[in-house]
Design a protein around this ligand. Structure first.
Ligand SMILES: C[S@@+](CC[C@H](N)C(=O)[O-])C[C@H]1O[C@@H](n2cnc3c(N)ncnc32)[C@H](O)[C@@H]1O
Length: 658
């Protein structure tokens, strides 16, 4: 029966005010299993039995009856053996032979003496006395529980007021929070079982929600008595959206499109040493690492390198990283791929786009013997080189680099020490002519709009090259560029946006905090292609890439005399710093802004600051509202761009002007 109750519970969202009646003579036996479940879910429980249980039940019941008296007629106080609110005392002694109940030990003794049948029971009299003591203790516990029940009843009444919808939502949220993925496919490609058209619909709907949210937040941000901002007024004509959503741009590839994959090391659910993906967050207690089986977004090449690394680790003398103890050696493998120029691959042969491969193995060399580390690195390079050659078709391997990171999480700072490992060319031990510990050549190349981009190990590069090309073209088209435009590429990474649009503007200034990405950007800008195409020279007027946090330099870069500036910002997850927003918003020469974001929530939060009307200060505003007097931006249009098929992520582009 306990099983039945559990099954019912599993099939039904918590019915906080549900009443459950248990009819059983074995309640004392089943109660241990049920007590936690029923208390946690605050079910309203009634018990009925044909005779009093030998032991009192620990269940918190609302009332208890003898079944016969329940059937005999209307419920009376007498027939109610236990009723939580009035705490009526229950019969404490029960004769199993003739089902005699009494609360008096003397009556019970007299009953036992009444005939021979009870002689045996009489012998147990002394044990009954002991039991009496126990029962009296239990009765106190029950009285205590009755008090708790009363409080629970008040809670139940309040709970009952909640709508079924609310309860259902809470139930699903709890389930979601407790969710642990069953497979790497579920964790990495949660939408893979939907058709691509359905995935796009889902993403579009989610972006529309964000646009509605922006309208709502702008309305809230407008002080009483002030006229509503234009975007709130115009939203009435477009279904509550803060601006029109033009649509969603599809990814050219839906399978094998990722050009960067980070594989963790660890142990699978079965305890097998694995190079793959964690099935959830470590902070949520998930530690299992599973192989990337059936994850359509990942290239076959990346999976092959993960499996070569896994075979190597099985033989290595050094341990894999232990997340609980924060110790171990081998931590992570990053596979980065560079694509050939102009190759249009299809979902079936997505790997045919790959021309160059960079492998970055993250280790923690702390407390490990240097000579042993050197030997292991040599064997690692050999394993990758041989594995790449033995694959069919052979895999490209351009750069092998080791990142030495001692931190707790695998996310290493960009200035973490890197070491370039020579890649053996063949079994006879000849090596590629590569210097060790010199990182000048630790780069692969990718192509966007037929331009070649250098990518160093820690530099950001969009993970879906084909879709990124569409994203940058859209940003360029919306930005309304001209030959005298000064284009600010804010958070420029390797300079992809600014450089792909440089031929359409007078000058590009890129701002990026990651020094090696800026060095890539400078190399990319200096290439012959730029000199020929644009007759530009670095730092002589056309393309300037600056290594700085945007918040420190934005206001000084936006000089007063600039009248034709356009900014394209792409800050990633953190969104724009308030100082950058203030600099952009308060410069009168900046009329157009294109915001690209993988985190539509952040975009919406920043958009509120960009579009909020500036009111005279009353001194009452909180810090977030202190925007110096300036003309607010208006959101003109938005577009979703799908850079991550099979996942929930979606890039959002929004055009603002004023
Ligand atoms: C989403 S990436 C975009 C890079 C580039 N626009 C592209 O598409 O390849 C965001 C970039 O912003 C940089 N970044 C983040 N916060 C920054 C800040 N406060 N100042 C300057 N750059 C920043 C990161 O290092 C990263 O390269």
């Amino acid at each position: 029966m306990a099983g039945d109750v559990r099954e019912w519970h599993a099939d039904n969202p918590p019915q906080t005010a549900a009443i459950m009646m248990v009819i059983s003579d074995n309640v004392d036996i089943i109660s241990i299993g049920l007590v936690k479940l029923l208390q946690e879910n605050k079910y309203n429980l009634f018990l009925a039995y044909s005779f009093r249980p030998y032991q009192m039940s620990y269940l918190l019941t609302s009332a208890e009856w003898l079944w016969e008296s329940l059937l005999a007629g209307p419920l009376t106080k007498h027939s109610l053996l236990s009723e939580s609110e009035s705490s009526v005392s229950t019969a404490m002694f029960h004769c199993k032979l003739c089902r005699f109940d009494t609360i008096s030990i003397d009556n019970f003794r007299a009953h036992l003496l009444s005939d021979e049948k009870h002689a045996q029971e009489q012998e147990d009299y002394s044990s009954l006395q002991k039991r009496r003591l126990l029962f009296s203790k239990l009765r106190k516990v029950k009285q205590l529980c009755t008090g708790i029940m009363r409080t629970t009843f008040l809670g139940l009444e309040r709970e009952a007021d909640k709508t079924a919808k609310q309860r259902r939502r809470e139930w699903f949220n709890e389930k979601k929070a407790a969710r642990k993925y069953k497979s790497a496919r579920e964790a990495l490609s949660p939408l893979a079982d939907l058709s691509y058209a359905d995935q796009l619909e889902q993403k579009k709907a989610s972006i529309m929600q964000k646009l509605e949210k922006l309208t709502g937040n702008e309305r809230k941000a407008c002080p009483n008595g002030k006229s509503l901002p234009e975007l709130v007024l115009q939203s009435r004509e477009i279904g509550g959206l803060s601006c029109k959503l033009e649509g969603i741009i599809e990814s050219p590839l839906t399978n094998g499109y990722r050009n960067k994959c980070e594989f963790s090391t660890g142990y699978s659910v079965e305890g097998k040493l694995t190079v793959g993906f964690m099935l959830g967050n470590f902070s949520a207690g998930v530690t299992a690492v599973e192989e990337a089986v059936n994850c359509p977004n990942i290239s076959k090449l990346a999976c092959r390198y993960a499996s070569i690394f896994q075979s190597f680790l099985e033989k290595s003398r050094l341990p894999v990283w232990n997340r609980f103890k924060s110790c171990g050696f081998w931590r992570q493998l990053t596979v980065r791929e560079g694509s050939k120029p102009g190759v249009v691959s299809s979902d079936e042969d997505a790997d045919s786009r790959i021309a160059e491969v960079m492998l970055m193995v993250q280790v923690c060399t702390k407390d490990t013997d240097e000579a042993e580390v050197a030997t292991e690195f040599e064997e690692l390079a050999k394993a990758f080189a041989e594995g790449a050659r033995a694959s069919s078709p052979p895999l490209p391997l351009t750069v092998l680099v080791v990142q030495d990171h001692v931190g707790i999480s695998n996310v290493a700072p960009p200035d973490c020490p890197l070491r370039l490992l020579p890649i053996p060319m063949s079994d006879n031990g000849t090596h590629q002519d590569q210097p060790t510990n010199v990182l000048t050549e630790a780069r692969i190349h990718d192509h966007i709009n037929n331009l070649r981009f250098s990518i160093s190990p820690t530099a950001f590069f969009q993970v879906n090259t084909g879709a990124a090309e569409k994203l940058y073209s859209l940003a360029g088209d919306w930005a309304d560029l001209g030959p005298d435009t000064l284009l600010f590429d804010v958070c420029c990474g390797t300079g992809t946006i600014g450089l792909t649009l440089a031929h359409r503007v007078g000058m590009v200034i890129g701002i990026e905090m990651n020094a090696s990405a800026v060095s890539d950007a400078e190399r990319n800008a200096k290439r012959d292609q730029w000199h020929k195409q644009l007759q530009v020279h670095m730092f002589k007027g056309m393309c300037l890439m600056i290594t700085y946090h945007a918040e420190y330099v934005m206001s000084s870069l936006l000089k007063d005399e600039i009248s034709n500036a356009i900014a394209i910002v792409d800050p990633g997850y953190p969104g724009l710093h308030p100082d950058v927003i203030e600099a952009l918003r308060t410069h009168p020469g900046l009329k157009t802004l294109v915001y690209i974001s993988l985190s539509p929530e952040k975009l919406v939060a920043n958009a509120i600051e960009l579009c909020r009307p500036s009111f005279e200060k009353t001194g009452q505003e909180n810090k977030a509202k202190k925007m110096p007097a300036s003309e607010p931006f208006k959101p003109v249009k938005a577009m979703a761009v799908d850079l991550s098929p099979h996942t929930h992520y979606c890039e959002m582009v929004m055009l603002f002007n004023r």
